[in-house]
Each structure stands twice: as structure tokens, then as C-alpha cells.
Design a protein around this ligand. Structure first.
Ligand SMILES: NC(=O)c1ccc[n+]([C@@H]2O[C@H](COP(=O)([O-])OP(=O)(O)OC[C@H]3O[C@@H](n4cnc5c(N)ncnc54)[C@H](O)[C@@H]3O)[C@@H](O)[C@H]2O)c1
Ligand SMILES: O=C(O)C[C@H](O)C(=O)O
Length: 340
């Protein structure tokens, strides 16, 4: 059983145990964009997380209702709702972890980069508020295009003199969740027992699953099957956007993935050893300033950015192909933050 599934099954009892045993486990988590498609189920999942003591739900509107609703779930997490820019500071003050699913989602026919014009400004203003009200918090960036929004947040935090490269994460966990699910389906193994690192970025070919490093290699898949799995993982977001036919992009699977990554960050903060997840972070693994790879999480956020490990020829080729696109998206984000 995965850690998250077991967390969900035992949430209320575990919560009582954590709070009575150690005040050091009290953590404030803030969700920016909490009334949205991802924000609402993610708020529910964080209400079930025994490592959270206070859950602050912020959006431009609608959060008092979401907070009232989620607050009735019988765990010990204290929930507060904040709506409108004048309440943003109060929402953020004292946060240990800020999760950002604020911004517009794709419609069929759009790329993630088509969201840049609207979401870049949203991420910029929210990052400025984080620099002002909770500069020591870990930040989990979900808003797309992640390949540009993470560099934007870094630049805004730098301008404010508050950038700490150990504390800013682009959330790419959904790519890992998809790679595990699709691989398990093809190889006929238990999805919860499969692990697949996904590196690069979070858009199209910049998403590079490393199926050569999969755990649970009970069955050897052909090169053609691996290529098809790679393509399906890269197009996973588009598969959902098309199926939703204009009603947005992945929300439920993203909330699940976001909750897994937030839980890993909280475990790291609490000193749990060997917490490793893939994430898009400041990196020297390639020549690019930001790159997704396995990251060891610790009390200060990123403890170690792990290397890529041995790659198959197909993966080496994928890595070469993704660099120009990822570089351009990173540079676009940096330029926007510097010039606006
Ligand atoms: N990283 C990933 O893997 C991943 C996966 C799925 C979706 N996403 C992205 O997450 C974002 C949100 O998706 P969604 O489906 O929840 O969209 P949504 O439209 O349902 O919700 C977005 C929410 O953000 C809020 N918002 C807008 N401006 C804001 C601001 N300035 N401050 C606070 N909140 C603000 C909106 O009011 C809305 O409630 C999109 O950009 C989407 O592309 C990323
Ligand atoms: O595909 C999208 O636009 C949303 C998200 O990035 C995803 O991967 O599902």
C-alpha cells in the first residue's frame, strides 16, 4: 500500500497521535488558488495529512465556502479561508509550505506555453507576496507553464533578496504518477510497486521518463513499447485536456500528485531520512539552470539534487532533444520577471 493511500485510510487516528506527541510537527500549509479545480481536492487531501496543523486556503474568491466545507472533515487540522488580495498577507504569514495551483488551465488545442501571458503575471504577484510575508517557506509551484513559472518565481524572489534555491520546487509529480501507472498497465505489475524517475521539465518532449531505471522490471518491454509509453507520458496532460473537452485539465490526479509531493516536503522538513521525489529545481545536472530530476528532501528543502544515472540510447536522445525547448522556456520566464 502506498504511503498516501495508507495516510488517507488512517488520517484521523494518526493526526491525534502526531499532535499529542510532538509540537515540532505543527506545520502551516497555504494553498494559493484553493477554490479551483486542483485547489479544492488538494485542500481536502491536505486536511487529511497528519503532518499539517494549520491549512490556509487563499483564492481571489470562493475560499470561505471551500474552507467551511473542508473544515467539517474530522481531523485536527485547523482550516481558514482567505479571499481577495487584501487577505493574501494574512493567508501567507507563518507558512512552512506554500502550494500554488493558481492560474488558468489549458483548453484543447493549447500548449502549456499558451498559458504564459495570464499565468506569468499571477505567479509573479504571488511570488512577491511570498517574499514579503513568508520568505522562509518551501514553495511548490503547480501553475503552468512550470518550465517558465519556476524561473519567474526564482527571479522575483531574487529581486526581493529572498531567493533560496533549496526552497523552490516545480511540481512534476504527476508525470511520475502517470509513468508509473502507464508502465504498470503495460507490464502487468502492481502500479503502487513501480517507481519511474521522470526528468527534464513539465511540457511535451521536455518530460523524459527514464523507463530504463524502472523498479519492478518483471517483464522486459520492447523498444517500441518503451517509445509508446514515453510518448503517452509526455502527452498525458493533453490526453486529459482533450477528454475534458474544454472543461479544463487534470485536477483530481494533480491534487493526488500535489498531495504526495507536499507530504514529501513536510516529511523532509520534519527530518525524516531518505525522502526522494522528482522535482523541477535549480540544478547543475545539465547545462540548464533549472531541471527536473530526483531530489533528496530535508530540513531546509532540497538536501541534494541527484544525478540522472545511466541512460538508455533512447533516453540520451530524448535528453538532447529536450534541451533547446526547456532552455527557451526558462529564458522566457527569466526575461519576463526581469523586464516586467
Ligand atoms: N504541474 C502540473 O503537473 C499541473 C497539472 C495540472 C494543472 N496544472 C496547472 O495548474 C493551474 C490550475 O489549474 P486548475 O485546473 O486548478 O484551474 P482552475 O481555473 O480550476 O483554478 C485556478 C484557480 O486559481 C485562482 N486564481 C487565479 N488568479 C489567482 C490569484 N492571483 N491568486 C490566487 N488564486 C488565483 C482562480 O480563481 C481559480 O480558483 C493551471 O495553470 C494548470 O495548467 C499543473
Ligand atoms: O496538461 C496540462 O495542461 C495540465 C498539466 O500540466 C498536466 O500535465 O496534466
Amino acid at each position: 500500500m502506498s504511503a498516501t493511500v495508507s495516510m488517507l485510510r488512517s488520517a484521523p487516528r494518526t493526526a491525534v497521535r502526531s499532535y499529542s506527541s510532538s509540537s515540532q510537527l505543527q506545520r502551516k500549509v497555504t494553498i494559493l488558488g484553493a477554490a479551483g479545480g486542483i485547489g479544492q481536492p488538494l485542500s481536502l487531501l491536505m486536511k487529511l495529512n497528519p503532518l499539517v496543523s494549520s491549512l490556509s486556503l487563499y483564492d481571489i474568491a470562493g475560499t470561505p465556502g471551500v474552507a467551511a466545507d473542508v473544515s467539517h472533515v474530522n481531523t485536527l487540522v485547523q482550516v481558514s479561508g482567505f479571499a481577495g488580495e487584501e487577505q493574501l498577507g494574512k493567508a501567507l504569514e507563518g507558512s512552512d509550505l506554500v502550494i500554488i495551483p493558481a492560474g488558468v488551465p489549458r483548453k484543447p488545442g493549447m500548449t502549456r506555453d499558451d498559458l504564459f501571458n495570464i499565468n506569468a503575471g499571477i505567479v509573479k504577484s504571488l511570488s512577491a507576496a511570498i517574499a514579503k510575508f513568508c520568505p522562509n517557506a518551501l514553495v511548490n509551484m503547480i501553475s503552468n507553464p512550470v518550465n517558465s513559472t519556476v524561473p519567474i518565481a526564482a527571479e522575483v524572489l531574487k529581486k526581493a533578496g529572498m531567493f533560496n534555491e533549496k526552497k523552490l520546487f516545480g511540481v512534476t509529480t504527476l508525470d511520475v504518477v502517470r509513468a508509473k501507472t502507464f508502465y504498470a498497465g503495460k507490464a502487468n505489475v502492481e502500479a503502487s510497486e513501480v517507481d519511474v524517475p521522470v526528468v527534464g521539465g513539465h511540457a511535451g518532449i521536455t518530460i523524459l521518463p527514464l523507463f530504463s531505471q524502472v523498479t519492478q522490471k518483471l517483464k522486459t518491454l520492447s523498444d517500441e513499447e518503451i517509445k509508446a509509453l514515453t510518448k503517452r507520458t509526455q502527452d498525458g496532460g493533453t490526453e486529459v485536456v482533450e477528454a475534458k473537452a474544454g472543461k479544463g485539465s487534470a485536477t483530481l490526479s494533480m491534487a493526488y500528485a500535489g498531495a504526495i509531493f507536499a507530504d514529501a516536503c513536510l516529511k523532509g522538513l520534519n527530518g525524516v531520512p531518505d525522502v526522494v521525489e522528482c522535482s523541477f529545481v535549480q540544478s547543475s545536472v545539465t547545462e540548464l539552470p533549472f531541471f527536473a530530476s530526483k531530489v533528496r528532501l530535508g530540513k531546509n528543502g532540497v538536501e541534494e539534487v541527484l544525478g540522472l544515472g545511466p541512460l538508455s540510447d533512447h533516453e540520451k536522445q530524448g535528453l538532447q532533444s529536450l534541451i533547446p525547448e526547456l532552455k527557451a522556456s526558462i529564458e522566457k520566464g527569466i526575461k519576463f520577471a526581469k523586464e516586467s
